[in-house]
Write a protein that binds this ligand. Structure first.
Ligand code: UDP
Length: 379
């Protein structure tokens, strides 16, 4: 079986989730290998970038946005990559040589040009594919003209790719890959899903998350929503997922809540928690939004990382699967209105969410990748 290196990193949670979905879809046809060049092989300071991502976006969003804008053109990215190449090349080349991939799929914006150049310098003809996990407004860093195929999720992202100089023949719109557990829980009755998680089966569930890094103003938001639901005497319950943000988890666990609230750290079984929820409240993380669509859960977006997540808000609203409300009071008013018995909004949003889902995206991407390999055997 061919060896397929899936290049990912732990900046946020979305790249790892995308990598898992592709490795799952490769099962039976290829050996899928998780390769985290950035965190595990690149030298200092590059190996610290992923760890800085959460704190930077959370605590210094303006600084993050300034860095984002400073690197927003393909020309500047190419300059940075050329400057970094001599510094990182030997370790990246050694890591790739150890894996001996027949095919490479990158799901990370800064693991394209340098690994591709390293592979080609070492004589490898392995097809190289980028799967862009920002579905609407992807940063220029994603687009490396030398890749064999660049998969994007929407026509809007394709336009960004072409504006960044990509060859139109090598940019394909397929979708955002989602782990198979999310398709598996579609249509599961919510009371049973809640009971399986130890939650009150008949109490409607509001699920709050801030992505893999627990980003956003979750405490104030959660407090305001809980207070409003309690005041309106709506017998709901809340689950708050703080991801890898342990201080946030501890902070939330110490809060007195006016209704049943479960606070969790990073959960592996996100599909189970989503399938139990009547509403997801989140920042505009692409993986989380695609998963909610897959499970048919409406979304209230309360924040976004300026730049790569800006377009995701439009995507949610235009698909009809949810709304955007960045003020806690405004979000809480909407939640209380939607959970008022007899209000039809959540059912309508849920239907639109299910219609926006692309549960087979990972399989389709893998098929396109393996077709490329079949056209250019390297074994
Ligand atoms: N996630 C998870 N467990 C958690 C929190 C998040 O599995 O406790 C996953 C979530 O299901 C999604 C990813 O982490 O697949 C978050 O990706 P997204 O693109 O939404 O945001 P990011 O964290 O990359 O900013």
């Amino acid at each position: 079986m061919p060896r397929v290196a899936v290049l990912m990193a732990d900046s946020g949670g979305g790249h790892r989730s995308a990598a898992i979905s592709l490795v799952e879809a490769l099962e039976g046809a290829a050996h899928g290998l998780f390769v985290n060049l950035l965190d595990e092989y690149a030298p200092f300071p590059f190996n610290r970038l992923s760890g800085l991502y959460g704190p930077l976006v959370n605590r210094a969003p303006r600084l993050y946005h300034a860095i984002y804008q400073a690197s927003a053109s393909r020309r500047r990215i190419a300059f940075l990559e050329a400057a970094a190449y001599p510094w990182v090349q030997s370790r990246i080349a050694a890591a790739l040589a150890a894996e001996q991939p027949d095919l490479v799929i990158s799901v990370h914006p800064i693991q394209n040009s340098i690994p591709l150049r390293s592979l080609r310098s070492a004589g490898s003809r392995a097809p190289f594919i980028t799967v862009v996990t920002d579905p609407v407004t992807p940063p220029a860093a994603w687009f490396c003209p030398g890749v064999d195929l660049c998969v994007v999720a929407t026509d809007a992202a394709r336009r960004v790719a072409l504006a960044a100089g990509m060859d139109p023949a090598r940019v394909e719109v397929i979708g955002l890959p989602v782990r198979r557990a999310f398709a598996a829980v579609r249509g599961r009755p919510k009371p049973a899903a809640r009971a399986a998680l130890g939650l009150a089966p008949e109490r409607p569930l509001v699920l709050l998350t801030g992505g893999g890094a627990g980003i956003g103003r979750l405490p104030n938001l959660a407090r305001t929503i809980a207070r409003r639901l309690a005041q309106a005497q709506i017998p709901a319950q809340m689950v708050i997922i703080a991801g890898h943000n342990q201080p946030l988890q501890q902070h939330l666990q110490a809060e007195p809540w006016p209704l049943p609230v479960t606070v969790l750290g990073f959960v592996d079984a996100m599909a189970d928690w989503l399938s139990a929820a009547d509403l997801l409240i989140t920042k505009a993380g692409p993986g989380t939004l695609a998963e909610a669509a897959c499970v048919g859960v409406p979304v209230l977006v309360t924040g976004f990382i300026p730049g790569q997540e800006t377009g995701n808000v439009t995507w949610v609203e235009s698909s009809g699967m949810g709304l955007f409300a960045d003020q806690p009071e405004q979000a809480a008013a909407l939640v209380a209105e939607w959970f008022t018995p007899g209000n039809p909004t959540l059912a309508r949003l849920a239907a639109h969410a299910a219609a926006a889902a692309q549960p087979a995206a990972a399989e389709r991407i893998v098929r396109a990748a393996l077709d490329l390999l079949a056209d250019r055997p390297t074994l």
